[in-house]
Each structure stands twice: as C-alpha cells, then as structure tokens.
Ligand binder design. Sequence first.
Ligand code: SF4
Length: 293
Amino acid sequence: MELDYVYPLYRPPSEANSLIFQVTLGCSFNQCSYCDMYRSKTYSERTWEEIKMEIDITSKSYPNTKRIFLADGDAINLSTERLVQILEYAYKKFPALERVSSYAMPMNLLQKTDSELMTLRSAGLKMLYVGIESGSNIILKKITKGATYNTIVQSCKKAKENNYVLSSMIILGLGGKKYTSEHIEETAKIISEVSPDYLGALNLHLADGLHNEFMTKFKEPFEFLNDMQILNELELLVRGINSSSPIIFRANHASNVYSIKGTLPYDKLRILELITQLKQHPDMLKPKVLRRF
Ligand code: SF4
C-alpha cells in the first residue's frame, strides 16, 4: 500500500530502503538560498490522527520494517511530546524496527534541551542528518543558512553527546571562486571539530528557479567552480580533516563529479591518490548531464 505523500518528498540517499512518514510538511525555515526542496510547501505539522492512521495501515503492509525516516525537512521541530508519541507507537507497531532518523536543523536541535534529546534517543530516534554546508561564517551568512560556525558546532556536539549517530553534509563550490580557500579551510576545521559519524560532500547545483535568489543574497558576483576546481576543494578538504573519531566519508551523490568513498583517516591516502588520478584523467569524470542534485 502506497502512502498518500504530499510531494515533493525527499530523504537522504542512505534512507533509500526506509519507510517514510511525513510527520511534518515542508521546512520550518525554508530560507537557505541554495535549497529549493520545500519552496512549494508551507511548513505544517500532521495531526496525530493522520500519523497514527498511516502507521496502522503500513504496519500491516510492511510488518518487517527495520528503518523509518521522519520527513519532511525538519521533523525535529515537532514538540518532544509528539515525537515521543510517534516513536513509541512506531516501535510498538513495527516489532522489527531498529532505527528511526530525521533531518535536523542546527537551530532546532539547539532548542531542544539535553533532557529532551535524551528522551527522544531513549524512545528510539537514533540518527540525525544535519546540513553543515560550510564552516565559513562569511559563506553561511551569504547563503542565509540561519546558522553560524558556533551554532553548528554546538548543535552537532549536542547530538553526539546525547548518543545520536550524526550524519552531516557539506557542499563543495559553495563559496564560488572568491571564497574557495575560506570555504575549505573553515569546512575542514568544523568537520574536524564536530567529527560526524558520516560525512557527505555534495556539489553545488542550483535549481533553475533559485539562481536569482542565490545571486541576490550572495550580495556580490558569484563565479561557479569548474570540475578541476571542485576536485581541488575535495582534495584540500580531505587533506584538512583531522577528526578525533573515524568518519565514513562519501562524495558519491548524484551531484558529484565522481563517486568517492572511504573512512577517514584510514582511507585518506587512497582517496587523495584517486583525486590526483581524476585530475590527471578528467575523462574519468561523470558527464555533466548525469549529475543532478
Ligand atoms: S537546506 Fe534544510 S533548513 Fe535550509 S531551506 Fe532546505 S530544508 Fe530548510
């Protein structure tokens, strides 16, 4: 049985096999200049009756569900009471359930107290996806991220201290040519400080309808990076990350120029060698038509 989703519907690539419940619609912030995922939606919260009904129906169709992803853009914005209600009911109705996860915005993570985050973790919310995008305060301001280096570090550390698996994303090319050094230096620094369990490095890809807004908010001319410059950023990023714990690193998103993965720091040299090889053989890169966000 298919759920009656309100499209568009997004989930991280690693949730491809998860059952998705839209417990909220849209994004409570919806202002990041590079993101058009929920521009067609006004943020709202599904009622308990709607959510319960979907859990009831799907638990009959997919009784062996092991993973659930709570959509849309920021389910953590729900009250802790409502989230606990959803989590407890989901674990009750899906006996094989092992993991529930959701996206989480830094500012909304910070609004939850440690005690609330602990309660949610105990109720079975286990993994959070946090978009870091850049460690540079200059760039975070220009892309209207609604977060700073410090608030991102605080929120990610809060999640890790409360025992969540933390998956984060950064965007290569986000500072354009002018801020490329600033972007990568600060991003390597923030990733080293936060030490997420997973890190995805995406490529900047602006949807057609976002160009004007992105450029206007950037407040100065923006020059996109070419493939070689993106590979340079990737190389410097991988080189610059020195984390206190292993990071499962992926640059294999549909937007990337090539599929690169490994665990840092163990695979650092192998990844750097691959990047060097790609720079010498640009014919190995994914054709532009096959890249999308
Ligand atoms: S990047 Fe995340 S927080 Fe920003 S508008 Fe998109 S969904 Fe919302």
